[in-house]
Design a protein around this ligand. Structure first.
Ligand code: HEM
Length: 393
């Protein structure tokens, strides 16, 4: 099956590799344009040129199956698991639900929550706090379920749910099984919270079910989409915003530059996605023989396209380790690329603009107060704990 693809014998998804995800992924990228993962029987692409081209080419790299695909998994099987024409239909529905106009209506509320939470946090200026636990998570875990229209009860399950979703995307290894320990009540909570009867009338959840009433999707698909928004939005935004704070600790001149020019905020957020991407890879299956330089990936091969490695490929990015809010980021794949590029991007940006808007107003600088503790999932990556100190402006 692998033909003459250069072989990687290591365990890309084991505990050590996950704890050193960036070094692992960069190392695989540098081995060859395509690498055969002997343990997992998948082909891996890590160079920007091939990852970006592959993400654009759904006819070669299909989403109908992926490495370790299990149709009975706890993850919603919709949209990311579809190719056109079904993907196009469902994506149109999703775009109606998460329309910029609908989101705009929530902006003032997001800003209010951010100002209130950051205002309260200022009492702790100079103390060691955790950027994820004390700043980004409480914000996202308030505004996201409010936006979806979920009940208040049980929201403490959001972290466990998000963790379980990301930890079960990869192979069934130790990390996968650990994430499922005691998960039944968490899955039960997510399932019950996303049923129509439990959604408030003005949230995105009810808006999704209304599109089912109008015949655009089925009621079952509506529920899958609500669960998708919960699964995809719970932890990605939390860790990416924590990554941005980590970057501002390591590059304090960049926080100063952003405070001097807040119009750069979206670019700064994209730069944090490039600098340390929260998603390691996209899973696809080769729908036909695919030629990458001197190698051929045979049709039917399951593949991983490495977002993170591509976003740090020195062939594409000058000094990829440097965090630079003014960088020209055209072509970065932190939101994915092509057909399946993140449909929740505007939602994540709205959250980020509200929270960082408040931080820019109140915080003069951040500094690291210890080593980050990495998110222990096979595919998701970022600081799960990040000890920092901050000082009032
Ligand atoms: C900073 C936060 C986020 C990041 C970095 C991120 C990243 C990504 C990436 C890399 C993909 C492409 C996956 C692939 O091609 O295999 C993707 C797709 C997707 N994202 Fe996000 N995401 C974020 C937030 C969100 C939020 C808040 C939602 C909630 C709606 C969301 C929903 C989705 C969905 C449904 C897809 C699949 C789209 C499709 O298949 O057409 N994401 N995201």
């Amino acid at each position: 099956m692998s033909g003459s693809l250069p072989v990687y014998e290591g365990d890309m998804f084991g505990r050590d590799a996950v704890l050193n995800a960036r070094a692992t992924d960069d190392g695989i990228r540098e081995l060859a344009p395509v690498v055969w993962l002997a343990r997992e029987n998948i082909a891996i692409l890590g160079r920007h040129e091939h990852v970006a081209a592959g993400l654009m080419d759904w006819q070669s790299f299909s989403n109908r199956s992926r490495p370790w695909h299990d149709p009975n998994s706890v993850r919603p099987e919709i949209l990311l698991t579809d190719d056109p024409p079904r993907h196009t239909e469902i994506r149109k529905v999703m775009a109606k639900v998460i329309s910029p106009t609908r989101l705009k209506a929530w902006q003032a509320e997001f800003d209010r929550v951010a100002e209130e939470q950051v205002g309260r946090l200022m009492a702790r200026a100079g103390e060691t706090i955790d950027a994820n636990v004390d700043i980004t998570r409480p914000f996202v875990h308030k505004v996201l379920p409010d936006l979806l229209g979920m009940p208040e009860a049980g929201r403490e399950n959001m972290s466990a749910f998000g963790h379980m979703v990301w930890a079960t995307m990869g192979p069934m290894n130790e990390i996968f099984h650990e994430a499922l320990v005691g998960s039944d009540p968490v899955i039960g909570w997510a399932d019950a919270s996303c049923t129509r009867a439990n959604m408030s009338p003005n949230g995105l959840g009810e808006a999704t079910y209304r599109l089912a009433d109008e015949g655009e999707i089925t009621q079952d698909e509506a529920k899958l989409l609500v669960m998708t928004m919960l699964a995809a939005g719970s932890d990605t935004t939390v860790v990416t915003m924590a990554t941005a704070i980590r970057a501002f600790c390591e590059f304090p001149d960049q926080w100063r530059a952003l405070r001097a020019n807040p119009a750069k905020l979206r670019n700064a957020f994209d730069e944090s996605l490039r600098w340390d991407s929260p998603s390691r890879m996209a899973g696809r299956i080769a729908a036909k023989d695919v030629k990458i330089e001197d190698y051929t990936i045979p049709a039917g091969t399951r593949c991983g396209l490495l977002f993170a490695a591509a976003n740090r490929d020195p062939r594409k990015w000058q000094e990829p380790e440097r965090f630079d809010i003014a960088r020209d980021l055209r072509g970065h794949v932190g939101w994915g690329y092509g057909l399946h590029a993140c449909v929740g991007k505007v939602m994540a940006q709205l959250e980020m603009e509200a929270l960082f808007g408040a931080l820019l107003r109140h915080v003069e600088r951040f500094e690291a107060a210890g080593a980050p503790e990495w998110w222990l999932t096979t595919i998701g990556h970022g600081p799960y704990k990040l000890p920092i100190r901050f000082y009032a402006a």
